[in-house]
Design a protein around this ligand. Structure first.
Ligand code: GDP
Length: 466
C-alpha cells in the first residue's frame, strides 16, 4: 500500500516534472531476427535528421521539427545503437547491409519542435527526446514462458519438435538421454546443444516460435548454465538428475533472464513497432505463415495490460499506447501488390487479436521498406505487361529485373493452409531475389529512398511532434 502510494507520487512527480523538463518518448523497435530492425532504425534516424524525404510525417512537412540531433542516451548500461556504422554500411561507396540486431541497444534522437498550443508563442521551442530501443522479438516471445512450469513447457516444446523436420538431430539426441540419470555435464551439454541447433535451424526455415529466445540470440549469456537445458519427457526425475537440473535451470532462465528484460526494457516503452518479414514467411511456406500468426498472438499478448500477474506488477498501470505491425522489405514487390501485403498483415493481426484476447493499445498494419533497394518497371511479356522490380543482386552484383509473383487478393488463401495447398505458393522469381542496398541510385522520379517510412513515423510519434 505504502509502496503504491510512494510510487504514485513518484509517477505524479514525473508527470509534473515533464511539464518543466524535456519530455521523452520511448519507441520500441522489435521483430524476429532478419525482420529489418537495424535497417529500420538507421533509416528512420537518417530521415528524421534530414527530414527532406518524410512528406507523410506532418511535423516534418509543416516544418514543426526545427532541428534534430543525436544525443547521449540516458541509460548508461545499455549499449548504444551503432547508428553511424550502420549508416556508413548502407550509404558508403560499397553499399552493403549492416550487421543485424543481436541484443538490446538504444539511441537518443532529440527533436526541437515549434511551440504549439494556445500558449505556444509565449513558451518558445520545445524539445522532445525520442529514445529508440532496439530489441530482438525472440526475447519478447519468452513472455509466454512465464506462465509455464518445466513440465508444461516441455510438453509443448517437444510437440513442436516432433512436428518439425529441423528437429531430427535433437530428437535423436533426446532419445539417447535418460533424464532420470545422475547429473552429467557432457550429456547435458550435448542435448542442450542439439536443442539450440534445432531452434536455429527452425528459425532459418522460417518458423517464428523458437523459444527460449536467448538460445537463438544469447547476448553475453552464451555457454552459461542458464542456457544449457532442453525440454524433456515427463518426470518424476529424482534429485541430482539431469531432469531435476534442467527443470531448475528453466526456472532460473525465467527469473534471471526473462523477467529482468521485461522489467528493465519492455516495461518502459511508450510506442512500439513490430517488424515482420511477411514475404519471407510466405516464401518459406504455409507452416511458416501459420507460425508467424502464432508468434504475433504471443507478441500482442505481451502488450495486453493485465495479461499476467508479473506484467501487471512491473507495468503498474503504464501501457504502450500505439503498436504498428509492419511488413518490411515491401520493395521486393511492385507497389501494385502493397495493399495485398498490408491486407495479409491486417488479417494476421485480427486473428492474433482474437487469439490473444486483446484489448489494449491502438494498432495499425502497414507495408514498408526502410531502405528501397529496387526501382519499378513494366515490361511487355507476350500479350500482357508484367510489373517488375529491378535491383542489384547481392550474390554477384548483377542488375536484374524480376516479377516476384502475385500475392493473393484474399488473405485467407494464405492464412487457411488447407485451402492453400502445396508448400510454396508465391511463385514467380521471389526465391532468387536478394538485393544489395543502393540508395544513391534511386532516381528523382522514384520518390524517397524508402517506402512509407514517413507514414510509419506519423503513426508512431507524429502526435507528439505537433
Ligand atoms: P534485424 O535482424 O531485424 O536487425 O534485421 P536487419 O535490419 O539487419 O535486416 C535483415 C536483412 O533484411 C538485411 O540484411 C537486408 O537484406 C534485408 N532488409 C531489411 N530491410 C530492408 C528493406 O527495406 N529493403 C530490402 N530490400 N531489404 C531489407
Amino acid at each position: 500500500m505504502i509502496g503504491d502510494i510512494t510510487d504514485g507520487i513518484r509517477r505524479g512527480l514525473r508527470g509534473v516534472g515533464e511539464v518543466f523538463a524535456e519530455p521523452t518518448l520511448r519507441l520500441g523497435v522489435t521483430g524476429l531476427s532478419r525482420a529489418g530492425k537495424t535497417v529500420f532504425i538507421t533509416s528512420l534516424v537518417a530521415n528524421l535528421l534530414e527530414r527532406g524525404r518524410m512528406p507523410g510525417l506532418r511535423a516534418a512537412a509543416t516544418g514543426a521539427i526545427q532541428a534534430a540531433y543525436l544525443q547521449p542516451q540516458p541509460d548508461d548500461t545499455v549499449p548504444r545503437f551503432d547508428y553511424e556504422t550502420h549508416l556508413a554500411a548502407m550509404t558508403g561507396p560499397d553499399p552493403h547491409w549492416p550487421d543485424s540486431t543481436r541484443a538490446v541497444s538504444e539511441l537518443r534522437l532529440s527533436l526541437r519542435l515549434r511551440p504549439s498550443g494556445l500558449l505556444g508563442g509565449m513558451r518558445g521551442p520545445r524539445v522532445l527526446h525520442l529514445d529508440i530501443v532496439d530489441y530482438p522479438g525472440e526475447w519478447l516471445l519468452d513472455l509466454g514462458l512465464l506462465d509455464l512450469d518445466f513440465a508444461s513447457w516441455s510438453r509443448g516444446a517437444l510437440e513442436r519438435a516432433r512436428a518439425r523436420e529441423e528437429a531430427a538431430g535433437f530428437n535423436a539426441a533426446l532419445a539417447g538421454l535418460d533424464p532420470a540419470a545422475p547429473w552429467d555435464e557432457r550429456a547435458a551439454q550435448t542435448v542442450a546443444a542439439a536443442f539450440a541447433a534445432y531452434l536455429a535451424r527452425a528459425r532459418e526455415a522460417g518458423f517464428s516460435d523458437c523459444t527460449p529466445g536467448r538460445f537463438l540470440l544469447p547476448g553475453d549469456l552464451a555457454g552459461s548454465p542458464v542456457l544449457t537445458f532442453a525440454p524433456l519427457p515427463p518426470g518424476p526425475y529424482g534429485r541430482r538428475t539431469i531432469g531435476a537440473e534442467f527443470a531448475r535451470r528453466f526456472e532460473a532462465y525465467k527469473r534471471e533472464v526473462v523477467r529482468p528484460f521485461f522489467r528493465d526494457h519492455f516495461a518502459r516503452i511508450d510506442r512500439q513497432v513490430v517488424l515482420m518479414d511477411v514475404l519471407g514467411a510466405i516464401h518459406a511456406g504455409p507452416r511458416a505463415v501459420e507460425d508467424m500468426r502464432g508468434a504475433m498472438a504471443g507478441i500482442l499478448g505481451a502488450f495486453r495490460p493485465g495479461r499476467n500477474a508479473f506484467l501487471s506488477e512491473i507495468l503498474r498501470g503504464k501501457r504502450v499506447e500505439r503498436i504498428l505491425f509492419a511488413a518490411t522489405k515491401a520493395d521486393h514487390i511492385h507497389h501494385g501488390q502493397h495493399d495485398r501485403l498490408t491486407a495479409i498483415v491486417e488479417a494476421m493481426m485480427a486473428e492474433a487479436r482474437a487469439r490473444a484476447d486483446y484489448a489494449g493499445a491502438e494498432t495499425r498494419a502497414m507495408s514498408l521498406a526502410a531502405l528501397r533497394a529496387t526501382t519499378e518497371d513494366r515490361v511487355a511479356h507476350g500479350d500482357a505487361t508484367l510489373d517488375m522490380v529491378r535491383g542489384t543482386l547481392l550474390e554477384d552484383g548483377r542488375r536484374a529485373a524480376f516479377h516476384p509473383g502475385d500475392l493473393p487478393e484474399d488473405p485467407r488463401v494464405l492464412l487457411a493452409p488447407a485451402q492453400a495447398g502445396g508448400d510454396r505458393w508465391l511463385d514467380g522469381d521471389y526465391a532468387v531475389m536478394r538485393f544489395a542496398p543502393q540508395p544513391a541510385r534511386i532516381g528523382q522520379g522514384d520518390g524517397p529512398p524508402h517506402i512509407r517510412l514517413d507514414r510509419a513515423a506519423e503513426f508512431l510519434i507524429g502526435d507528439r511532434l505537433l
